[in-house]
Design a protein around this ligand. Sequence first.
Ligand code: ASP
Ligand code: MG
Length: 404
Amino acid sequence: MKIVVMKFGGTSVANLSKIRDVAKIVEENSQKNKIVVVLSAMSGVTNQLQSYVEEVSSEPSRETDLVITSGEQVTVGLLSMILNREGVKSLPLLGWQVPIITDENHEKGRILNINNETIYHHFKSNDVIVLTGFQGISVNGVITSLGRGGSDTTAVAIASSLKAVRCDIYTDVEGVYTADPNVEKNAKKINKVSYEEMLEMSSMGAKVLQTRSVELAMKNNLTLQVLSSLTNTEGTYIVNENKLIEKEIVSGVSYSKNESKITISGIPDKPGISAKIFGLMASNNINVDMIVQNISQDGVSANMTFTVLTKDIELAKKTLERNNNELNYTNLSTDSNIAKISVIGMGMMSQSGVAEKMFKTLADKQINILAISTSEIKISVLIDKKYTDLAVKTLHSVYKLDNK
Ligand code: ASP
Ligand code: MG
């Protein structure tokens, strides 16, 4: 039995007429293979539900998950109804009916197990199974959710578990682009990208796929395709690195505007100080991204600059202030007017001069670099937010990504 998993995001099921369009795509595909469709809620619905629960309490709980996962139930029911009326044998399933078992973490549940026997069983009398994305059930029988954007993870997990021949992620763009097309109109669709590059891109603000879904696909060596539900064209394949014929030196330029920077100065330059600062961040669940430390001329004190998500900046600041009796810094300042710009590419592993080109390009545009971080396949710099578009466009053209 050949199984294809097709996931449709919120914009593809935004209203009844769009759900009918989805039904057509599913019907076509169901003539050759058994299909598991994974759906999101109609676009905007989960945000609305989330704002209802947040008015009552911001603490994740069994109730908040019950409410925020309900949007998926609506789209799944409607699509399955339409398919059946069109003569396609379809069965709707909620996460708990499979079940998709998760841990007990509300609003960020992790999948522990999927009972795929249920799916095989229902395929005996159905050609299509329409499954809610985003929803799970804990070992104790309580409804959970997989984190915002979690339908992608549902799709990848079910495709891996069923050893599906394909996992297609349908959305409102034609694939993954070399830059945000809203910023750079010469951005072009990438045909193939490695898991590693995609991970850097999605954690970097290219919001096409939930990061966890890419990690899971990589672990299971599952090829993903991101494509549009509006046009009938091939999308972007996200594949194992050894399936890339040509490794691009730079395959994309991305940016993120949701980080802020903290600088603490005059801290004593002695062993254990970094451990203390970042230990405090970790114990408060604050993720730190870029870190720069410099020693002052006197050799006894140091400055430390690092970035955290803007939503965590107040907590980070308060935590440091509260612990200054141990840290002994003289000054603390924060800045939210920053952006992180990254260039990403598998080929830079074996190519020198990529970073230099980036720094020189920014310097030529009089853009000051506030911090730098690198990995084997990525170089990121922190700059003033107002230069975001200029930096993205200039780098896109310097690395010859323009669609011309
Ligand atoms: N509906 C959920 C959300 O908006 C899950 C998803 O769309 O992937 O986060
Ligand atoms: Mg999504």
